[in-house]
Design a binder for this molecule. Structure first.
Ligand code: PGA
Length: 252
């Protein structure tokens, strides 16, 4: 009942020309891969080119962040209305790099989540613990706090597009991956928290992605688990063959 979602987070990589070179190589490799929703999240300056290059295909395009206001004097920001206008359908919210370098916090995540839902953009809300927090046995406490603030005031009736990405911060870009057991345990916990906040029905249909050093060779083991509904991929999504292989392996 939950269609897997495999998303590429290109971070601050790829010019429009490079993005289109990616899609030229990538689209034929995933032409028959309809088991999953595929989303590419380029930098803002490559959104338009990537949208044009994927038009008419089953590949969706998302932004890596957005502001929660419709418009206003917010220099440098991009609004949900602007994403709607160009056809971007998804948005990453609260990625750990946004939290670490750009002052994003659970409160702004909540505002952005509400704005995305209000504007029909699929929100991919990122949560996850730091290494020290895991070592101290605080993983569930961290997830609980992040989710309780992120989901505060969300109307369950309007929240069906919600996607959560569990991204242990210590696994992002490090080559360290949560073991399938660790990931499954965290995903189960996250689903229970969604149930507590928004009800069992929504929790059962919400997709929870794993992120953190997902590669072609670990995608199958992670995605085969009950509570893992796809992946958010950074480094390994920059190469078309590698990302296509992750999409293919996620079906295995
Ligand atoms: P990574 O990044 O796959 O390079 O670890 C994941 C992410 O930041 O979403």
């Amino acid at each position: 009942m939950r269609k897997p979602l495999i998303a590429a987070n290109w971070k601050m990589f790829k010019t429009p020309t490079e993005a289109v070179a990616f899609t030229d190589a990538f689209l034929p490799l995933v032409a028959s891969q309809t088991h999953a929703e595929i989303v590419l999240c380029p930098a803002m300056t490559s959104l338009a080119a990537t949208l044009a290059a994927t038009k008419g295909t089953h590949v969706h395009i998302g932004a890596q962040t957005m502001d929660w206001h419709d418009n206003g004097a917010y220099t440098g920001e991009t609004s949900p209305l602007m994403l709607n206008a160009i056809g971007a359908t998804h948005v990453l919210i609260g990625h750990s790099e946004r939290r670490q370098y750009f002052n994003e916090n659970d409160t702004t995540v909540n505002l952005k989540l509400k704005a995305a839902l209000a504007h029909g953009i699929v929100p991919i809300v990122c949560v996850g613990e730091h290494r020290k927090e895991r070592e101290e046995g605080l993983t569930n406490d961290v997830l609980k706090l992040q989710l309780s603030i992120a989901l505060e005031g969300i109307d369950p009736a309007a929240a069906s597009p919600l996607v959560i990405a569990y991204e242990p911060v210590w696994a992002i870009g490090t080559g360290l991956t949560a073991t399938p057991e660790m990931a499954e345990e965290a995903h189960k916990f996250i689903r229970a928290e969604i149930a507590a906040a928004l009800g069992h029905h929504l929790a059962a249909s919400t997709r929870i992605l794993y992120g953190g050093s997902v590669k072609p060779d670990n995608a199958a083991a992670l995605c085969s688990l009950n509570d893992i509904d796809g992946a958010l991929v950074g480094g390994a999504s920059l190469d078309p063959a590698s990302f296509a292989q992750i999409v293919i392996n996620s079906a295995a």
